[in-house]
Design a protein around this ligand. Structure first.
Ligand SMILES: Cc1cc2nc3c(=O)[nH]c(=O)nc-3n(C[C@H](O)[C@H](O)[C@H](O)COP(=O)(O)OP(=O)(O)OC[C@H]3O[C@@H](n4cnc5c(N)ncnc54)[C@H](O)[C@@H]3O)c2cc1C
Length: 397
C-alpha cells in the first residue's frame, strides 16, 4: 500500500475496482508504455484490457449497460491509468465526456441508441470544439451547419480532436445561427467510420498531428465539406444548446485532466524517490543530501495537495452541486504541480533524466499537455476569478 494520494471514505466496490486497475497498470501498462510511446504506437492490447474491465462504461448508468459509477471513481481510475501512461487515460477521456453529454442532455432515443454500445466500447467517442483559429475562445468558432429539409449541411474545419481517427462518434460543436452568439451553437452527434481520409461523404480526417508527447493516442483535424447530418443527430433534439452542453462536458473533463496530473506527478515522485536511494555522490545516497530530500518533500506535498483537491472537486459534482470553481482550481493546481514535480524528478535523475532509457524523459514531454487541454491555466484562472467575485461580491457600495 502506498502512502501518498490515498482517499478516505471509499466503498468496498471502489477499493476493489481501484486495486484491479492498479494491478493492470503495474502488469500491463508500465512495462510497455515507454516503448509504445517512443514508437507512437496505438496501445490496442491495453485498450482491449480496459474494455474487458468495463472502463468504457464506468460512469454510464447500469440501465444502459454501464457500471453506473461516480465521477470520483472515474477520477481515481484516471489517476491510476495516468500513473501508468497518460495517453491511455486520454483514450477513455473524450469517450467519457461524450457519454456524459449524451446521458445529461440526449433525447431518450439518443441515449438508447448510443449509451449501451458506448458502455461496451463498440462505439467510441471524441469531442470537437476547437478550430485552427480558436481554442480558448469557443464562441469564435466558424464551422457552420445550415438546415436543408430534415437535415443539416456542415462546412468548416475542426482541430485537435483527441481520438479523432479511432472514434466512430464525434460530438461536434458548430454554429447554426450566426446572429445568436452562444445561443446560436449546436452540438451534433456525428457518426463516422474510424480511420483516415474521407471517412464519410464530405467528412475527412487528414492525418495524425505529430505531437511532442501524449503519443500513441491519435490527435487529428476534422474537415467538413458539405457533410450532411440528420436533424435527429442534434444533441437533445433542439438547436442552440450546444455551447452549454459542451461546457458541461468540459467541466467533468477538467476533473479528469486534474486526475491525470495527479497520476503523472505520482509516478514522477515514485521514480525520483527510488532513484535517489540508488544513486550515490560524495560518498552517500543522493537522498541523504538535504537539498534532494527537501526536493522530495516538496514533490510529495504537491502530489498530496493535488490529489485531495481533485477528490474534493469530483465529490462535489457527485453530490449534484455546481463544481466549476473546484474543478477549475483542481485542474489548475494539478496541472501546475504536475509540471513542477516532473521537473524536480528530472533534476534528481541528473544526466540520465535526459536519456530516453529513463521513464522520466517521457513524463517530461507529457506534463505540458495538462497546462493546455480542457482549457489553459489562464482560462482556469479566469473561471476561478469570476466565480470568486460572484461568491465574495462586495455589497457595501
Ligand atoms: C494534445 C491536445 C489534445 C487536444 N484535444 C482536444 C479535443 O479532444 N477536443 C477539442 O475540442 N480540443 C482539444 N484540444 C484543444 C485545446 O482545448 C486548446 O488547444 C486549448 O483550449 C487552447 O486553445 P488554443 O490552442 O487555441 O490557444 P489560444 O486560445 O490561442 O491561447 C493561446 C494563449 O493565450 C492565452 N489566452 C487566450 N485567451 C486568453 C484570455 N482571455 N486571457 C488570458 N490569456 C488568454 C492562453 O492561455 C494561451 O496561453 C487539444 C489540444 C492539445 C494540445
Amino acid at each position: 500500500m502506498r502512502r501518498l494520494a490515498q482517499t478516505d471514505g471509499l466503498t468496498d466496490v471502489q477499493l476493489e475496482m481501484l486495486a484491479t486497475v492498479r494491478d493492470f497498470v503495474d502488469k500491463e501498462i508500465l512495462p510497455v508504455a515507454t516503448a509504445l510511446e517512443h514508437a507512437d504506437a496505438y496501445p490496442s492490447q491495453i485498450v482491449e484490457g480496459m474494455r474487458e474491465m468495463g472502463l468504457f462504461g464506468l460512469m454510464i448508468p447500469e440501465e444502459y449497460g454501464g457500471l453506473g459509477e461516480s465521477l470520483l471513481t472515474y477520477a481515481l481510475v484516471v489517476e491510476e491509468l495516468s500513473r501508468g501512461w497518460m495517453s491511455v487515460s486520454g483514450i477513455i477521456n473524450t469517450h467519457f465526456i461524450v457519454a456524459w453529454m449524451i446521458r445529461q442532455h440526449g433525447t431518450p432515443r439518443q441515449k438508447a441508441r448510443y449509451l449501451p454500445r458506448m458502455a461496451e466500447g463498440s462505439i467510441r467517442g471524441a469531442f470537437s470544439m476547437s478550430e485552427p483559429d480558436c481554442g480558448s475562445d469557443v464562441s469564435a468558432i466558424k464551422t457552420r451547419a445550415v438546415a436543408d429539409g430534415d437535415s443539416y449541411v456542415i462546412d468548416g474545419q475542426k482541430m485537435w480532436l483527441t481520438n479523432g481517427a479511432t472514434a466512430n462518434l464525434v460530438a461536434t460543436l458548430v454554429r447554426t445561427d450566426p446572429e445568436a452568439g452562444h445561443r446560436g451553437m449546436t452540438t451534433f452527434l456525428v457518426d463516422k467510420e474510424p480511420g483516415f481520409g474521407e471517412v464519410e461523404p464530405g467528412l475527412t480526417v487528414p492525418g495524425k498531428i505529430d505531437k511532442m508527447g501524449y503519443k500513441g493516442v491519435d490527435t487529428t483535424e476534422l474537415i467538413f465539406t458539405g457533410h450532411r447530418v440528420g436533424a435527429a443527430q442534434i444533441l437533445g433534439g433542439e438547436p442552440g444548446r450546444g455551447f452549454y452542453q459542451m461546457m458541461d462536458g468540459v467541466e467533468v473533463g477538467r476533473v479528469n485532466v486534474a486526475a491525470r496530473g495527479c497520476g503523472v506527478a505520482l509516478r514522477a515522485f515514485e521514480l525520483a524517490v527510488s532513484y535517489a536511494q540508488r544513486r550515490e555522490t560524495f560518498g552517500k545516497r543522493i537522498a541523504d543530501h538535504q537539498a534532494v530530500q527537501f526536493r522530495l518533500a516538496e514533490m510529495a506535498a504537491k502530489v498530496e495537495a493535488a490529489h485531495q483537491m481533485t477528490v474534493m472537486a469530483a465529490r462535489r459534482k457527485d453530490t449534484g452541486e455546481r463544481n466549476d470553481l473546484e474543478a477549475g482550481m483542481a485542474k489548475y493546481l494539478a496541472g501546475e504541480y504536475c509540471k513542477e514535480v516532473v521537473e524536480d524528478a528530472f533534476r534528481i535523475h541528473g544526466g540520465y533524466g535526459y536519456s530516453k532509457q529513463y521513464e522520466i524523459e517521457r513524463l517530461y514531454r507529457e506534463a505540458p499537455m495538462l497546462l493546455i487541454g480542457e482549457g489553459t491555466a489562464d482560462i482556469q484562472k479566469m473561471i476561478i476569478g469570476r466565480r470568486l467575485l460572484e461568491e465574495y461580491a462586495d455589497r457595501s457600495a
